[in-house]
Design a protein around this ligand. Structure first.
Ligand SMILES: [Zn+2]
Length: 70
């Protein structure tokens, strides 16, 4: 595959960091579509910063959930 083509394909499959972080936050209020979930997943595999953000967000929401049940 040519490089230009690959980049376009990756851009189709993933968001930029700003979109990813805002969707991770948004996911608390509304469920993401399958395509959105896929794009988040692909992006997280390629981007350490967003993976870190996702993990922190997950931990935080787990803590909030646990707090609610007490
Ligand atoms: Zn990112």
């Amino acid at each position: 595959m040519r490089k230009k083509y690959t980049t376009k394909f990756i851009q189709f499959l993933t968001h930029d960091c700003e979109q990813v972080t805002s969707q991770i936050s948004l996911a608390h209020e509304q469920p993401l579509t399958l395509l959105q979930q896929l794009r988040l997943y692909v992006h997280r595999k390629m981007c350490k910063r967003c993976e870190q953000f996702y993990q922190n967000d997950k931990k935080l929401s787990e803590m909030i959930e646990q707090h609610k049940h007490k």
